[in-house]
Every structure is written in C-alpha cells, then in structure tokens.
Design a protein around this ligand. Structure first.
Ligand code: EPZ
Length: 438
C-alpha cells in the first residue's frame, strides 16, 4: 500500500489548482443511465472513486471512455445497452455512493439490484430514505442476500418529505423522478452545490426540474431524456482543504479554479480564525497565514452551513490556534477517526460524544500515522505539513479516492511530500487510475 512521506515546516507559496468535484461527478455519471444517448462530462477528477464508478457502469453494460490526457479530464458515457442492472457487492463495498445508480436504474430499466452499501469508517450510512422515496413512487423493494432489488412498471410522481436531509438521497430520487409519470415534489431536500450541478445536467438532458438548491424540488416527469455535454463544478472540499493548508503553514497560496460562492461558510470560519483570505477574480482565492491563528468553535451542518467534509481538516488547523476550539460533528456518528492520530502527533484533543475540544497551540511532532477515511487522511496531511520532522502516512489509498494527485499539487507549492509505493507496485495509484486515453 502506498504511503506518503511528509517533512513539515515549509510555508506553501504559489498557485494550486482545484480539480472537478468528485461528489458532483459521481451522480452526474449515474445520470447517464437515464438516456440511450451519449453523455459527455468535462472536468472529471482523476480519483479512485471515478474509476470505480466507471467500472460499475461498464459492469452493467455501459460504454464508458475516461481520459485524463492533457487538460482532457473527460468521460463519455453511453448506456444504450444496460444488459445487467446490477451494482455488484465487489464494487459497491469499495464505494458506497453506488447507491446513486438505484433511482436511475429503476426509472430507466424498471429493475435495479444494488448491493447494500454497508457502513464505512464514518458511520452506518443507511439508505432507507432513498428506499422510502422510491416506494412512494411505486417501486417494490425486497432485500435478500445482501442485495436490494427494486422493481417498478413505471414510476409515478409522489410527494416526498425527507425525514432528514440527505445529499445522495435527494440526487437519487431527483434522477428517478425525471422519468416518472407526473409531478414529484420533494421537501426537506439537500441544498448542496453538487445537487444543483446534477440538476443542471439533467435539465440539459431534457428534464423538467425546479427548485434545485432549495429545500423543495419539483420534477415534472418526461418520457425520454437525451444526451448532453456538461462541465463538472470545482471541488469545494478540495478548495477548502487547500485554504487550510495555506493558513496552517503560514503560507501565501492562491487556490485557483475554485468557485468562491460555494466556500462562504469555510472562508468565514477560517477568517474568524485569523487566516487572511481574499478573492482574486471569479475563480480564485488567496489565503495568507501571516498572524497567529485563534481558536474558534465549529459545528457541522448541511449546506450552506460548515460542511462535515471539512471537519477533520479544520481540526488540524485548530491544533495550531491559540486557545480552546470545540468541533461538533452533527452529520455522521463516527467522524473523529483522525483524533487519535493527531493526538499521537502531539495535539491536545478531548472527545465527548459528538464534540471534540482542541487546545492549541500545540507543537506537532512527526510520526508514523494511519489514514482511516478520505477526509481524516487530509487532516493528517495538513498536520504533517506543520509537524517537526518527517511523518509517514500509511494507507493513502483513502486519499486517492477523492484528491487528485495531491502530492504533486502540494509539492508544486513547496511542500516536502513524496509517495512511496509497495515494492511490487500492486497498490500503485497509476495502475488503478490510469485509463488509456482513447
Ligand atoms: C454525501 O454522502 C457525500 N458523498 C459525503 O461526502 C458527505 O459527507 C455527505 O453527503 C454529507 O454532506 C457523496 O456525495 C458521494 P447523506 P451521503 O445522505 O449522501 C443519514 C466525502 O467525504 N442518512 O447526506 O451518503 C446519514 O447516515 C463523502 O466526499 C440516513 O439516515 O450523506 C447521515 O447521518 C463522505 N438515511 C446523514 O443522513 C439515508 O437514506 C447525511 O447523510 C441517507 C442518509
């Protein structure tokens, strides 16, 4: 398994570029199931989850080209033939977002077999809200042998009120509703930018959607959808991670190719903690970590609140801020896996239920640490960038799921970071991610 070796102490200086949003690309790739025509998506990030989604679509019979040639970062998907509407366990177990194919498959094929995603490091990750919504739209769902089988002659419109806000639940049912008979009204929807981006693609495919990005979404079903070309929005969590990196290392970093409007909660929290952040044109932010960082409480909320996907990264920053910061995780039940590793690097953190109290500023010392999930890995990279000495981060495949070439990007702005692979290259990123450009 690949590892990162990071020597701390360098301020990050220069320009770092943000890739396309993994959490928009995944539902948008699933949306291609809804049409027999070709769907072309630009600005696709070169991350493992995208390769997994490609494998999933191909396993169902789709044709999926995925190229990262110079400035290409494009996928062309054709789901004319879907010979096997099944999301197999071997694939789903590596990426629970596979539940995003459930709604599109039932809507397009009248049948979907999706392995139950199971939990992951950060929580149980149920999909009951997806299933309840599909049942209200007329699907019958049985569960056996670890698979969910959903069938429907033709879905019909329904009035759905989500018991709690779910991002992929909103996306899954919005996709299903595009081909349902009649109108679907969904209330208590997620308002994330990735939901809006998906709605833009679906509308370009001929869907009739109103209210994406608000708590109530209305969808008028249509008979068919056609192909489209769409550019994926920038990854706001990658951008936020880089803003923290610039602040925590006392650097002067331009975060380019981002969407500042998606970063308001992150920027205001970092500014309150002493980071100097300014806009540099429509798609770039400049972050300077000049003065001392000061403690600040953060509580994760659904968008537009402070994102749970930035909680671990903020905690790393809080270890370098003067005073006590409380970090409260309201979305997932087990998203403090990074705490133990940060403590091993010298951080002072106490967890009580859903709240961690971080006392700073504590000097961090390098250590051999273990990555446990995507965003916890990012937290450990940030800590290692300021730790005294050389840290070894193991199981960086977690990082490769959602950050494109992160070590190259960070090295490009002065970080001392390198990837060491296993002797035989079996776990090497290139082997898993590089797909020949057609
Ligand atoms: C999406 O996951 C993101 N993944 C996650 O990003 C992100 O952390 C999360 O939204 C919250 O913003 C993708 O978009 C692929 P939820 P999702 O459904 O949709 C509960 C990352 O790091 N819930 O919004 O799975 C659930 O347990 C990943 O990039 C139900 O109870 O999250 C959680 O407590 C991690 N029943 C809460 O709702 C359901 O049917 C929010 O989950 C669905 C969810």
């Amino acid at each position: 398994m690949d590892k990162f070796v990071i020597r701390g102490g360098n301020p990050l200086l220069g320009t770092i570029r943000v890739s396309g949003a993994k959490n928009s690309a995944l539902p948008c790739m699933a949306a291609a199931i809804l049409t027999e025509d070709e769907v072309v998506l630009e600005n696709i990030p070169q991350v493992r989850d995208i390769a997994t989604e490609r494998e999933l679509l191909v396993s169902m019979g789709a044709e999926v080209e995925l190229g990262y040639g110079r400035a290409q970062h494009r996928t062309t998907i054709n789901c004319r033939v879907l010979s096997d509407p099944t999301a197999k366990y071997e694939i789903v177990k590596t990426m629970r977002a596979s539940s995003l194919v459930l709604g599109p498959l039932v809507a397009r094929c009248g049948l979907a077999r999706v392995a139950q995603p199971g939990g992951c490091a950060i929580g149980d990750r149920p999909i009951d809200l997806h299933l309840k919504g599909l049942e209200r739209m007329g699907a019958s769902i049985v569960q056996e042998h670890g698979y969910l089988e959903a069938r429907a002659g033709k879905l019909h419109g329904a009035h759905i009120v989500f018991d709690r806000i779910t991002v992929t639940g909103t996306e899954d049912l919005m996709m299903a509703a595009t081909l349902a008979e009649g109108e679907t009204i969904m209330e208590n929807c997620a308002r994330e930018p990735e939901v809006v981006d998906l709605a833009h693609l679906l509308s370009a495919m001929g869907a009739r959607i109103a209210g994406a990005g608000e708590t109530t979404i209305r969808v008028q079903g249509v008979d068919k959808l056609h192909g489209a070309r769409h550019r994926i929005i920038p990854d706001r969590i990658e951008a936020g991670t880089f803003l923290v990196a610039g602040a925590i290392t006392g650097g002067d970093l331009v975060v380019a190719n981002c969407q500042p409007a998606h970063l308001s909660a992150i920027v205001s929290k970092l500014q309150a903690s002493g980071a100097r952040i300014s806009a540099l044109g429509p798609d770039s932010l400049r972050v300077r970590g000049e003065g001392a960082l000061t403690s600040n409480d953060v509580s994760t909320e659904e968008y537009p609140g402070f994102p749970t996907d930035m909680q671990a990264q903020y905690m790393a920053l809080a270890t370098q801020a003067e005073g006590a910061s409380t970090v409260t995780e309201n979305i997932f039940e087990n998203r403090f896996m990074h705490v133990g590793e940060l403590v091993r690097m010298g951080a002072s953190i106490k967890v009580d239920g859903r709240t961690a109290t971080v006392r700073g500023k504590t000097p961090l010392s390098s250590a051999a640490v273990m990555c446990s999930d995507l965003r916890a890995s990012a937290s450990l990279v940030l800590a290692a960038l300021v730790a005294d000495g050389e840290s070894i981060l193991d199981r960086v495949y977690h990082m490769d799921r959602g950050y494109e070439r992160i070590e190259e990007k960070l090295r490009g702005v002065g970080a001392q970071i390198r990837r060491i692979g296993d002797m035989f290259g079996a776990g090497r990123r290139e082997a898993a991610l590089e797909v020949p450009v057609p």
